[in-house]
Design a protein around this ligand. Structure first.
Ligand SMILES: [Zn+2]
Length: 332
């Protein structure tokens, strides 16, 4: 079952039973929420923000138990996170030595730079030109995941895409051509078509990097880590990855109503969530936090002010640095 390779290895037999039960509960809750609403990225993000199992914290559990590699090898898992190279294991070392090594590593991270990845999905849409202006005014790096179909809808939107493409602070990446036409289950049931759709978008925008975000899904698939939120999407993600794409999800999502400018939660709360992930080293990779927003959130001036305000809040920290997704994760 879910996440169980790592869990069993790290928790031993008794701990593993407890962990598996809690994991099943997590996945059941997750699937219940997503089955009812597969088109909502916000429910995915909220659930993940709440329930993310930090690989670092799993690693910490490993310190207190002996590994059971036989059990782990038996497991065939899908819908799980495998973080094998972020923290390389040295299973032969004594437990005490491992514990102090991990603690020392964590303590070291506190004094290292922190990396924030501001990302916008679904552009170009109404709101994109405001993003372009705010990013320029604040002089920070950011990443946009583009949808070709949207650029093709009007000359104005295509021009907004051109603004992105010519802005040295913005890097353009691939969010599929069709955005699954908002029928996600159907889309992911045909992995070859998913690849075709991403390739079409890649060529449409002439994107220089094979960097993707999956529509309607929080999926990570890099050489160093793999996480899939909804099991049925795994094969499509694998096909993309096998064809050279790195796939990026997010740690935190912020939603703002594009028409009214009303956010799903206050700026101060989102800022605090990001800061907590950093302070507690609870993001997917410690000291690296990916924030997801959407282009259509910034049509209204209120929404634009919120974006500027969040950037200013994060900028208060001289050790926070804004990065392009291409450079994720920053290591030392
Ligand atoms: Zn999207």
């Amino acid at each position: 079952m879910c996440k169980s390779i790592l869990a069993i290895k790290r928790l031993g037999v008794v701990g593993a039973i407890t962990f598996i039960l809690s994991s099943c509960n997590y996945i059941n809750q997750y699937f219940q929420s997503s089955a009812n609403n597969t088109s909502k990225e916000d429910s995915i993000a909220q659930q993940l923000t709440k329930d993310f199992v930090n690989p670092d914290s799993l690693d910490y559990l490993e310190d207190s138990v002996l590994l059971d590699t036989t059990e782990a090898k038996k497991d065939t898992v899908s819908g799980e996170r495998l973080v094998d190279t972020v923290f390389q294991k040295e299973t032969e070392k004594p437990v005490v030595e491992k514990t102090s090594r991990k603690k020392a590593y964590r303590a070291e991270l506190v004094d290292k730079p922190k990396h924030i990845y501001i990302t916008f999905d679904d552009g170009p849409l109404l709101g994109s030109s405001s993003i372009d202006s705010i990013i320029s005014a604040k002089n920070i790096k950011s990443s946009v995941f583009l949808v070709g179909k949207h650029a093709n809808m009007s000359k104005r939107l295509y021009k907004d895409y051109e603004k992105y493409a010519s802005n040295p602070l913005i890097e353009c990446y691939n969010h599929s051509y069709s955005h699954a036409n908002h029928h996600y289950e159907k889309f992911y049931s045909d992995p070859d078509n998913v690849l075709k759709d991403f390739d079409t978008n890649q060529n449409y925008f002439e994107l220089p990097h094979k960097i993707a975000r999956m529509p309607g899904r929080n999926i990570w698939m890099l050489d160093s880590l793999s996480y899939v939120d909804i099991k049925g999407s795994r094969r499509a993600a694998e096909v993309l990855h096998e064809n050279g794409y790195n796939i990026y999800g997010w740690d935190v999502e912020w939603r703002i109503n594009g028409v009214t400018g009303v956010p799903d939660r206050p700026l101060a709360q989102v800022y605090k969530e990001i800061k907590n992930l950093i302070d507690k080293q609870q993001s997917l990779v410690a000291n690296n936090v990916v924030l997801l927003m959407h282009d259509d959130m910034f049509r209204n001036e209120k929404g634009q002010q919120l974006l500027a305000g969040l950037i200013d809040s994060l900028h208060q920290h001289p050790d926070y640095h804004f990065e392009y997704i291409r450079d994720y994760p920053k290591k030392y």
